[in-house]
Design a protein around this ligand. Structure first.
Ligand SMILES: Cc1cc2nc3c(=O)[nH]c(=O)nc-3n(C[C@H](O)[C@H](O)[C@H](O)COP(=O)(O)OP(=O)(O)OC[C@H]3O[C@@H](n4cnc5c(N)ncnc54)[C@H](O)[C@@H]3O)c2cc1C
Length: 315
């Protein structure tokens, strides 16, 4: 079965590329289907950020695109092959699994690592697109400490646990954090809601939706609509963090693997195995909690080691 790969890795973010480095160094000759556009660009989410300041090993930070280029080079040097395409469907009935791409190619593989990430939901506003990365972010842990946000009023949009966590985190840097929610109570768990209400730096703005992000070249404020009476007001902020959820990129799986209620692939604690033997998951696509590059890279390592062991057992 020379045309059947030992392992195919779908996705080329930190999880997929770390899995590729480990699988290549284990002589598994992995093929990485690195994505194209349906779930983000090749290289993943760090391709759309600036300097990454919290990836270990780079004391002065490293440009996100450079970090991903380095990881890809390292995987290629170790022997990984790359195919730039999106996966359209996968037949996971039994190994070898069949993978079909949007470009019409078909690949077979004995084991599969899914590392397709999760896409942050964003508000569908023209002003949001224009000012994205210019004061608007979807990740407080990633961007909250940037100088432009320090000692400034900031806003978090959302009402779940993540929104409260983001707001709480931002209070370390901001002069004040507005938590803007479209309903009259948070969706967050009661312990998180209490945390938000108890934090003197967080002001909850209930029943408000964002109508427009204001600013020419940098965000300067928000136009808010009161959902109870329709009145519109402006709020001056230097930063806005959207915390309205993520969509795990699993559509091509067509429900073949177990997911949680939000669509994240389910793996047992401390493992990368999915509900189908020989199929492993790594990175944000299985991580509703941490969603950080170093965590994704770590789980890519785990998935490759588990795939290697699983393949050895099949022999
Ligand atoms: C703006 C921004 C800034 C961030 N800053 C930081 C930071 O400073 N530090 C930090 O640790 N984290 C940061 N993060 C989070 C970090 O980027 C993610 O946690 C990390 O990239 C997740 O890695 P991943 O490999 O799981 O997925 P991703 O990086 O999302 O990569 C997913 C890969 O899958 C591919 N893909 C998707 N669907 C398909 C398909 N159907 N077929 C083929 N390929 C597919 C994509 O093209 C991509 O290559 C940031 C995120 C964002 C959005």
């Amino acid at each position: 079965m020379s045309n059947v790969s030992n392992v195919i890795i779908i996705g080329s973010g930190p999880a997929g590329l770390t899995a590729a480095i480990y699988a290549a160094r284990a002589n598994l000759s992995p093929l990485v289907i690195e994505g194209f556009q349906s779930g983000g660009m090749p290289g993943g989410q760090l391709m759309i950020t600036g300097v990454v300041e919290n990836f270990p090993g780079f004391p002065d930070g490293i440009d996100g695109q450079q970090l991903m280029a380095n990881m890809k080079q390292q995987a290629q040097n170790a022997g990984a092959a790359f195919e730039m395409d999106d996966v359209a469907s996968a037949d996971l009935t039994s190994p070898p699994f069949t993978i079909t791409t949007e470009g019409g190619s078909t690949f077979q593989t004995q084991s599969l690592i899914i590392a397709t990430g999760a896409t942050a939901r964003r508000l569908p506003l023209e002003s949001e697109q224009r000012l994205w990365g210019r004061g608007i972010s979807a990740c407080a842990v990633c961007d909250g400490a940037l100088p432009i946000f320090r000692n400034q009023p900031l806003a978090v949009i959302g009402g779940g646990d993540s929104a409260v966590e983001e707001a709480d985190h931002l209070t370390k840097f901001a002069s004040k954090v507005y938590l803007i929610h479209r309903r009259d109570r948070l969706r967050a768990s009661s312990i998180m809601s209490k945390r938000a209400e108890a934090n003197p730096k967080i002001e909850l703005l209930w029943n408000r939706t964002v109508e427009e992000f204001l600013g020419d070249t940098m965000l300067s404020g928000l136009k808010l609509k009161d959902t109870t009476d329709g009145s519109v007001s402006e709020l001056q902020v230097a930063g806005a963090f959207e915390a309205i959820g993520h969509i795990p990129n699993t559509g091509f799986l067509d429900g073949q693997l177990d997911t949680d209620s939000e669509g994240y692939l389910v793996v047992p604690p401390g493992r990368s195995t999915t509900s189908i033997e020989g199929v492993f998951a790594a990175g944000d696509v299985r991580d509703p909690v941490y969603r950080q590059a170093v965590a994704a890279a770590g789980s890519g390592c785990m998935a490759a080691l588990e795939a290697e062991r699983w393949l050895a057992l099949q022999e």
